[in-house]
Design a protein around this ligand. Structure first.
Ligand SMILES: [Mn+2]
Length: 319
């Protein structure tokens, strides 16, 4: 692995052809925005390029590839975008390990690619991709490429709300607006729009919310039976449930317990600064970050909930 700068990355793109761009599994706006912005830019300068992802691309992202031309060719140059570790490519892991270039912003990048363009202080890989494409005078940032890059920046910064958001994040978003990024429909699709299935899921799950410890702990659960009974929901819809209990005023620890299969449950914990949920999850063999962590239970739902709530109440008592 060799760390390279923008100049060298630009030269690399110019000097090579037949690009296979790999985006990580369970794709998000950043990997998709980065991948399709790069693919569009390479095609624009006369290169053969295609972007692929090991998972289907959720429908709400369909505008990111609207200008991409389907090209048939034998790939020669593998580039990964927003992929911290080749294993995040799932079934395409072996291709990822042959990557000639990785463009990423994760501190945890495992340096699996031959060349690495890394900006660990950036909120989104799309910030770095914007710099790279802007550094190539032959590339014109079209409104479609601007949409792609804005999507990655907006989603990875939580719509400019997460602590990774820097002045640069806002400046790049503003420049992308000037280049034609259509922020209203993008922000609606990314942050406000919910499918009817997702709303049904939230409605059912929230109707059974439990509060403990004078409202400082809130618990929801989701069973496999419920997930199977609602049409048109995906794993992202289920994953998004975890954030809801902590949004309630007064709740310090929000817990979402999800049934993986009969007798096996996964709990997601979210907390305010009054509790370290990584430490709580560790007590049950899990882990994570201080504000977001997870652990698994092999018992009944009631037993998992009882043990977790007890551990959370004890942690809050100490804080
Ligand atoms: Mn990212």
């Amino acid at each position: 692995m060799r760390r390279i700068d923008l100049n060298e990355a630009g030269r690399f793109l110019r000097e090579n052809d037949c690009f296979l761009i790999l985006m990580h599994g369970s794709p998000d706006g950043d990997t998709l925005g980065c991948g399709y912005a790069l693919c569009g830019a390479l095609q624009q300068i006369g290169k053969k390029a295609k972007a692929v992802c090991p998972d289907p691309i959720p429908k709400k992202f369909d505008y990111v590839y609207r200008e991409i031309e389907q090209q048939e060719f034998e790939p020669q140059t593998i580039v990964t975008v927003d992929v911290a570790d080749a294993k995040l490519l799932y079934g395409m892991r072996e291709l990822g390990e042959k990557a000639a270039l990785c463009i990423d912003h994760h501190v945890s990048n495992t340096e699996y690619a031959e060349r690495l363009l890394l900006a660990p202080e950036y909120a989104a890989a799309c910030e770095l991709m914007f710099e790279l494409l802007s550094s190539m005078p032959e590339v014109k940032i079209t409104s479609c490429i601007a949409d792609c890059l804005y999507t990655g920046i907006a989603t990875d910064s939580g719509c400019f709300k997460y602590s990774n958001t820097s002045p640069q994040t806002h400046v790049y978003a503003a420049e992308l607006m000037k280049l034609g990024a259509d922020i209203v429909p993008i922000n609606y699709a990314m942050f406000d729009m919910k499918s009817q299935g997702r709303l049904k899921l939230e409605q059912t799950v929230l109707s059974k919310i439990r509060y403990y410890d004078a409202g400082k702990i809130a618990v929801i659960d989701v069973t496999q039976e419920l997930i199977d009974s609602i049409e048109g929901i995906d794993s992202e819809d289920v994953g998004a449930l975890a954030a809801i209990p902590r949004q309630i005023e007064g709740v310090d620890i929000g817990i979402c317990i999800k049934e993986k299969k009969p007798g096996l449950f996964k709990a997601s914990l979210r907390s305010s600064e009054n509790a370290d949920v990584a430490a709580i999850a560790q007590q049950f063999g899990g882990g994570g970050h201080a504000r977001a962590a997870g652990c698994a239970f092999e018992c009944s739902l009631e037993e998992a909930e009882r043990q977790l709530v007890w551990a959370c109440a004890k942690a809050l008592e100490r804080s």
